[in-house]
Design a protein around this ligand. Sequence first.
Ligand code: BYC
Length: 324
Amino acid sequence: MTTQSAQAPPPERLQEDFDATIAHDQRIEPRDWMPDGYRGTLVRQIAQHAHSEIIGMQPEGEWIGRAPSLRRKAILLAKVQDEAGHGLYLYSAAETLGTDRAELTQRLIEGRQKYSSIFNYPTLTFADVGVIGWLVDGAAICNQVPLCRSSYGPYARAMVRICKEESFHQRQGYELLMTMMRGTDAQREMVQDAVDRWWWPSLMMFGPPDDASPNSARSMAWKIKRHSNDELRRRFVDMTVPQAEKLGVTLPDPELRRNEQSGRYDFGTPDWDELTRVIKGDGPCNAERMRRRRSAHEDGAWVREAATAHAAKQAARARKEAAA
Ligand code: BYC
């Protein structure tokens, strides 16, 4: 007689097990059963995150050849390489859900998947490198530290390593800006100008406001996301305002002030129409970023073909040796 446990459990039991795992704050792992919606949401978010890391190499990468000293060049090179690594960890996490990197890249290139709005703004001066480290990586840390507790194991574990590296990125940006602020008037103006341009786009990285965020409720119920977009945006402002004061720059928001009752900062409303436009492809650099991503993909075709041929050759040799 076949026992019940030797057979595939009934669907309602699978759902119950999944719900219990989430309720107990345990991790879902690749071989566990999961609802299609959960899998789809993860693929969407992880892929978008991976694409952001890879496209995010472009704005700062433009300054590697123009860095003002060998030290700055070495730091920037290391940072941009880290972003490539983050993309690869994330594509690997997505692979555990049954979608491979080639397929996800194809979806990006065909415009069927998104990447972060923040990378559609230009890097006009070297101060932008510092401000990206301070604000953009600072925002990334606020958003990603809670993702280390995301319910999907491979995503959460990838985040632990990524967050460690993001901390270095944020520190190097802040240190660069501190150095510039101790420099000439022209350097201080350059820093202020970069802060003015990147502040609002950095706030938009956290996504639309909660009442216009269609995915948040479900993602939070599944504990993929641990906090809402608005809560994370607020945490970022609370963290950043004292750093701006120490740096000696002004944040371009006349409504920004400390709320004595809550002990937190009140701030103005980002231009949500701008975020919508940038997400839809109409930001200052969307076309350029996608053009470069597509051409890098085409230029790399021979490497992928060579690696595949090499792997096939190795496998054939191993089979021959095993048979001998
Ligand atoms: N840009 O319902 P919502 C980095 C989309 S890399 C573009 O709130 P969700 C770094 C959203 O996808 C930083 N699209 O969505 C790298 C959704 O559209 P779909 C990347 C955005 O997923 C190099 C729609 O709007 N970080 O740090 O619940 C150098 C409605 O939104 C954006 C991550 O990817 C945006 N800003 O929440 C330096 C973190 N915001 O997909 C630094 C992981 C929203 O339904 N991702 N959309 O067509 C997340 O935490 C969440 O996906 C988000 C959005 C908070 C971004």
